[in-house]
Design a protein around this ligand. Structure first.
Ligand SMILES: *Cc1c(COP(=O)(O)O)cnc(C)c1O
Length: 751
């Protein structure tokens, strides 16, 4: 095959490519590898100073369409294939690479995209899981988990680099880490390097599954191995590279390398850097610690205590004895520093790396990290005022905010070509290069109105066709779309939406809700396999969907659809076709959210609480163009201190009683699993270690239903409602990950 080192050569090669008699998968691999040759030919010499994003997850989704777009050949490829009788959409058969769970992993993918798009040298390090996040089937309304064998379509977007493999040493086994490089195309070509574990059967297990269940001892051990495995591979490689380029003068290591720790999962990289420096290169411990303090920065993603990782000291000692020693020595130098700073005993304990026989990864990251950042203004404020309050007192300069973002290339240009074309016509094409130009839409709202209404209708039609194909559910064209798509978790309050739907349903059936614009509620969500209440909520929503969709009294007005296997590709369809974005987490618990940003950029109004980035969304797009309801953080705090009594709220409100009682009065069946009773109990008497209604569902339910009805009423004025939606698009540039990455590049990485 001729060398492909330009767009023309690529198109020529594509033109001579035979399509007859080939399967979709064969064609996919062939075209992708042509594009890879072209793309890789565009790579330039590496930068002097680089930043590295260490993340347990990269939720990249489908690469085919996005990479062709980034390489500037998507339209031509579409046309060429059409001439050959191939509809490019057949490649939607190729399933996503779901190497992540949700927002945190998708953020990592958006960041890499933005860095490449901005010509900034940021590279990713992660794990090449054999099986990504499980594929979700719904059987009789219940979630069923199936293995996600994403590599069965081939992996034409990766290059295996066997010569750059590394040895990762555990006390009880040695594992080979083999890198697979996925290029990230843009103004420059960056690399996402994913490590695959090879060796014995035990060794291979390390990169077999994304997040194995960690509620057993065995699962915990495997998880620890995974985290050390990719952190050590990354750090080892960067040190080798440094020695090769600059010799053993490690004083300059941090001049060339900035390492971002995406949440606590890669935090052992800190200990590994110090371990290698002190053992292999005989650097003094204090010096090694100093180098680490100049190299690492930490992003916190959650204040939920169960997600802040701590590792049992005996477990670490058993499989990583040298890391154990490093951690204890770090604890010693931390204690000495706290003395110098004059911290009280209590304060020192609060910030301790080692306490109660456990190592706190968050405290380690805060102690060593050059910077510590939250992912939305409110979240960073909460880090300063509560989670890391003591650290903020002694190290105020470390703390920064970096509000999350999403890449407009995938989440607007790729998933909504129709809207992109309308933007070109309305404000010109400058926004494609520099997203801040989107703001110009603010002064052209009227000009865009008719076009926007058409685009939204078209994207809705496409979404409904996709839902019909995948779920079998039919939704009439005139329906407005409310969507809540995100991982299933009690704090995200899908259950509150379910109750709200039941209340509206009842109102429609008995005539108390009038002049209702026909509406569909679209849910998409996966639950962690062992999370019982989350799984019960999925079943509950599916039971509601069955009842509501088959009730001929109301189903011309109200439908409910739970889409199975929600993933990046499904999200691309849903965000474009939605009118109302439901972002209803308990205030203070959603660190940022990024789904909210995707919807905003595609022209959905937000119906949400004052939480995470919702706050910044309404700050920029206007409260009058969105629908905010429910308790704010300070009220939630007051409720927690006071005697919040959800049962009293239930008793006092007949509609709430109706909705909540459907869990236990036989309206719906959970097939004897006890799941619905479990949900009911969590609301009324409390579950696990929590008080009743820990997430304040009943507190916010009334105002939520009112907000939903207000939106519904407003949507009857099509033009005025569309104007609100356009205002959201016009003010969404701030939520581009280009903005976030520029901030990191300047404030944290200096690249
Ligand atoms: C954006 C995205 C998320 C994050 O959604 P949130 O609403 O911010 O929780 C999760 N999963 C997928 C597939 C996404 O694309």
């Amino acid at each position: 095959m001729a060398n492909i080192n330009g767009k023309t050569e690529f198109l020529q090669a594509l033109n001579t490519c035979k399509t007859e008699g080939k399967s979709t998968v064969e064609l996919y691999n062939e075209i992708s590898s042509l594009a890879m040759q072209y793309g890789l030919s565009q790579a330039r010499a590496p930068a002097e100073r680089n930043a590295y994003y260490l993340s347990m997850e990269f939720l990249i989704g489908r690469s085919f369409f996005n990479n062709l777009m980034e390489l500037g050949v998507l339209d031509e490829t579409r046309e060429l294939l059409k001439e050959k009788g191939v509809d490019i959409n057949v490649f939607e058969e190729i399933e996503d690479a779901a190497l992540g769970n949700g927002g945190l992993g998708r953020l990592a993918a958006c960041f890499l995209d933005s860095a490449a798009g901005l010509d900034l040298p940021l590279h990713g390090y992660g794990i090449r899981y054999k099986y990504g996040l499980f594929k979700q089937a719904i059987e009789n309304g219940f979630q069923v988990e199936l293995p996600d064998d994403w590599q069965r379509f081939g992996d034409p977007w990766s290059v295996r680099k066997p010569r750059e493999k590394r040895k990762i040493v555990f006390a009880d086994m040695v594992v080979t880490a083999v890198p697979y490089d996925m290029p990230v195309f843009g103004k420059r070509v960056n690399v996402l390097r994913l490590w695959q574990a090879e060796g014995s059967a035990e060794a291979q297990k390390i990169s077999e599954y994304l997040y194995p269940a960690d509620d057993t001892e065995e699962g915990k051990l495997l998880r620890l191995r995974q985290e050390y495995f990719f952190s050590a591979a990354a750090v080892g490689e960067l040190l080798d590279k440094h020695v090769k380029l600059h010799g053993k003068s490690f004083d300059s290591f941090a001049d060339y390398n900035a390492i971002q720790l995406n949440d606590t999962h890669p935090v052992l990289a800190i200990a590994e850097l110090i371990r290698v420096l002190t053992t292999k290169y005989k650097v003094a411990f204090g010096k090694a610690e100093e180098i680490a303090k100049k190299t690492f920065a930490y992003t916190n993603h959650t204040v939920m205590p169960e997600a802040l990782e701590c590792w049992g000291a005996s477990l670490v000692k058993k499989i990583l004895p040298d890391i154990y020693d490093v951690l204890l020595r770090l604890q010693e130098s931390q204690t000495a520093e706290f003395k110098r700073l004059g911290c009280s005993e209590e304060e020192a304990a609060d910030m301790a790396i080692y306490a109660n026989d456990r190592f706190s990864m968050a405290n380690l990251a805060v102690y060593v990290g050059r910077t510590v950042n939250g992912v939305a203004k409110l979240h960073t404020d909460i880090l300063k005022s509560s989670l890391f309050k003591t650290a903020y007192k002694y190290y105020p300069d470390k703390f920064q905010n970096k509000t999350n973002g999403i890449t407009q290339r995938r989440w607007l240009m790729l998933c909504n070509r129709e809207l992109s074309d309308l933007l070109d016509k309305t404000i010109g094409t400058a926004w494609r290069e520099d997203i801040t130009h989107l703001g110009e839409l603010n002064t052209h709202v009227d000009a865009a109105l008719n076009g926007f209404v058409k685009v939204k209708a078209e994207k809705k039609k496409q979404l409904f066709a996709y839902i019909k194909k995948h779920e079998g559910a039919e939704i009439p064209e005139n329906f407005i779309v409310y969507s809540q798509v995100k991982r299933l978790h009690e704090y995200k309050r899908q259950l509150m939406t379910a109750f709200a739907i039941l209340e509206i349903y009842k109102g429609l059936a008995d005539g108390t809700v009038k002049d209702f614009h026909p509406s569909v509620f679209v849910f998409g969500a996966k639950s962690a396999p062992s999370y019982k209440r989350a799984k019960a909520i999925i079943k509950f929503i599916n039971e509601i969907a069955n009842k509501v969709n088959s009730d001929t009294r109301t189903n011309a007005l109200l439908r409910v659809v739970f889409v199975k296997n929600y993933n990046v590709s499904y999200a691309e369809k849903i965000v474009a076709g939605t009118d109302v974005s439901l972002q209803v987490s308990t205030a203070g618990l959603e660190a940022s959210g990024t789904g909210n940003m995707k919807f905003m950029m595609n022209g959905a109004v937000t119906c949400g609480t004052m939480d995470g980035a919702n706050i910044e969304i309404v700050e920029l797009a206007g409260k009058e163009n969105n629908y905010i309801f429910g308790a704010e953080v300070d009220e939630i705090e007051r409720l927690k201190q006071g005697d919040y009594n959800p049962s009293a709220i239930l008793k006092a409100d007949a509609l709430h009683s109706y909705a909540v009682n459907t869990l236990i009065d036989g309206t719906f069946s959970d097939d004897g699993t006890g799941g619905f009773q479990g949900l009911y109990d969590a609301l009324t008497v409390g579950a696990s270690w929590h008080k009743p209604d820990h997430y304040f569902v009943l507190h916010d339910l009334k105002s939520y239903v009112n907000a939903l009805l207000q939106i519904n009423a407003d949507s009857n004025n099509e033009k005025a409602f569309a104007a609100k939606q356009i205002k959201n698009i016009a003010n969404s540039a701030h939520f581009s990950s280009d903005r976030t990455i520029k901030e990191y590049a300047v404030d944290v990485w200096q690249i």
